[in-house]
Design a binder for this molecule. Sequence first.
Ligand code: FAD
Length: 482
Amino acid sequence: MNDYDVIVVGAGISGLLSALALSKHGNKVLVLEKSKFVGGNCNSYMVDGFQVDTGAHAITHLQVGPLRRLMDNYFDYAPVFEDYGNYYVRTENNFQKVPSNIKEFVTFDILPRKDRILITQAITKALTLSTFGTDLSKQSVYEFMQGNLSKDTYAFIDTICHFLSGKDMKQTSAQRILAGSSFVRDSVPEEQLETIIKENEKIAVETLPRTILPPNMHASLQTRLNRVSNPFTSLGRLATNKVAYSQGYPRKGLKGLLNAVLFSLPNTVEIKTGCEVKKILTDKGRVTGVQADEVYNAAKVIYTGFVTELPSMIETLPESYVQELKGVVHTKSLTVWTGLDSVMKEFNYIGSEIWFKDAPYWAMPISNYDASLAPKGKQLVGFSFIIDSEKSEEQQINKAYETIYNAVPAIEDHIEMKHNQITVPEKAAVTIDGYFADVRTPIKGLYAAGTDTDRRSMGITRAAYSIVELLKKMNEDGCLYK
Ligand SMILES: Cc1cc2nc3c(=O)[nH]c(=O)nc-3n(C[C@H](O)[C@H](O)[C@H](O)COP(=O)(O)OP(=O)(O)OC[C@H]3O[C@@H](n4cnc5c(N)ncnc54)[C@H](O)[C@@H]3O)c2cc1C
């Protein structure tokens, strides 16, 4: 039986980022993953010659966000991000850029002019309140949308809410929209991370000298990021905001990001796949290890599965904590990947599109970023839908295909590969009342990390925020370093 300094449960991006950071602080780490593969929701695989991702992804806040800080401080191999491009909206007879600032709203004639004015006023009000310190995380988007808006406008706002929080506009907070549309930006200043991890530092973390990076690295995005100096004030963004600001798609797909983490892991990290953790072991309120295919001992355990499953893994959790975890809200998504026999003119753009009528989707022609994701001359497009876990999956899949054929009728004759994925995109949805657990649990030495432990941002950026928070709490508890 081997003993470790830290056991990480789960080898998704959160588990691997924690393993990377903790190992670079001198810890001997064991990662246990129940599935046969590492990566969780951050991965790519081949289907009939096409390389699909686990869901259509845009990686956000790459300039000063938490992932950037973790990459700068812990990665030996930096992933390359392609410029994300633009967000578009498709209707039966229109295809337009989604407005990301007030100026662009003026010409966005997919919605009636009267509604555009009301939306503009609502955004201005929300941003003004937020800039002057009002917390909008408990106020719904619906509350800000007073007035008689058309059915289409409500459907459009609802769609944006669904893709940002997984829920409708009555359950999505105004803060979520401001952050998701880049009016307010996520950031972890370098000095902040330094204070988080360097207070009790014993072992220096080597930062990557920029000079060793090949000159063409991140050619498209990195050059522009380097040029960005002082960000504009929040209110200034009403006129100049750019949604795609510092967003990117990893070259070679999501596995490009995953591989950068894996290749950066020192050999003090051991990973076991096909190894489900069934119990987390404790003694007198302290964690002592885990029970998987055998017992593994460690005084520190990082759990990155669903926090809602913790009560079934530990008998001694306080009842109040168990009750709080019941407040976590989950959503499900369906991604339909279509492999096309040729490059279609309808998908001749870089970025993504939304369809907001009936069954809304968010679609990305990912082979436009990297032609090697599809066989030569072919195209790969992913369509993500939010689905209702109470309703039949089969019916919702059929409805999804119906919607795609309705939105882009020509596609039906070009599909040569179909692949459906049903997943839970994030372990907690950011709704007004939805609960998020703390990274510190009531058990000493046991920490939770991942998208149900931090309500900031979304997806991989949120996972990275939770790791920054984990490092902070572990340092405060005096156990970040070995
Ligand atoms: C359709 C879709 C679209 C998305 N779009 C975006 C996007 O545009 N931008 C973005 O940033 N993010 C996006 N995401 C979200 C992003 O992929 C996830 O938030 C992120 O990958 C979650 O990482 P995680 O490590 O926290 O969780 P997971 O990926 O769920 O990893 C948890 C891992 O723990 C393992 N595990 C759980 N329990 C146990 C146990 N008891 N024992 C051992 N192993 C265990 C699981 O098998 C899994 O591998 C999207 C996701 C989906 C599905």
